[in-house]
Design a protein around this ligand. Structure first.
Ligand code: QAP
Ligand code: CO
Length: 169
């Protein structure tokens, strides 16, 4: 199974809004396997299909220490339960080397399909709740750097653009 290339900020393809998956078939399951391989290789705790330039609503996550709890979310729908918020220093495989504090709703409910196309619901807590919201943002064309100040965002953009130029020469 191949490790796929991850798009990096400020690549405009990361701004594409993902479409819902119609059939959870073998093609989708193969994609999910490749996404886990890519995420574990990085290593990361979450990856959205948008980050590998596939604009379908698929997210893989594993926030466990021993990489033993793979979670799949197809066509996720998030609802916010109350007004409590949670701060976390977020990173992103598409923004390598940069971490910034983001404030998000703390209590959410997630409805999604699993890798067999079966619907499920959960009320994630802590890092998992943060990660699902971060990955769901990718499906909407949104990045964590959209929540920080324009000054910080532009600094990160310049540094990554410089790095990308060095890498291509
Ligand atoms: C999203 O991010 C996330 O900068 C997943 O050099 C992160 O897996 C959600 C990574 C934090 C909630 C909290 C980042 C790897 C991995 C880097 C990741 C890097 C290498 C990020
Ligand atoms: Co990300």
């Amino acid at each position: 199974m191949p490790v796929l290339e991850i798009l990096e900020f400020p690549d405009s393809r990361l701004r594409t809004v993902a479409k819902p998956v119609k059939d959870v078939d073998d093609r989708v399951r193969q994609l999910i396997d490749d996404m886990f391989e890519t995420m574990y290789d990085a290593p990361g705790i979450g990856l959205a299909a948008s980050q590998i330039n596939v604009h379908e609503q698929i997210v893989v996550i594993d926030v466990s220490d021993d990489r033993s709890q793979p979670l799949v979310f197809i066509n996720p729908e998030i609802t916010v339960i109350d007004q409590d918020t949670f701060e976390y220093d977020e990173g992103c495989l598409s923004v390598p080397g940069f971490y910034e504090t983001v404030v998000r709703p703390q209590h959410i409910r997630v409805k999604a399909l699993d890798r067999n196309g079966e619907p499920f619901e959960m009320e994630p807590e802590g890092l998992l709740a943060v990660c699902i919201q971060h990955e769901n943002d990718h499906l909407l064309g949104k990045l964590f750097v959209d929540y920080i100040s324009p000054l910080k965002r532009n600094r990160i953009r310049s540094k990554l653009e410089k790095l990308h130029k060095q890498q291509s020469s």
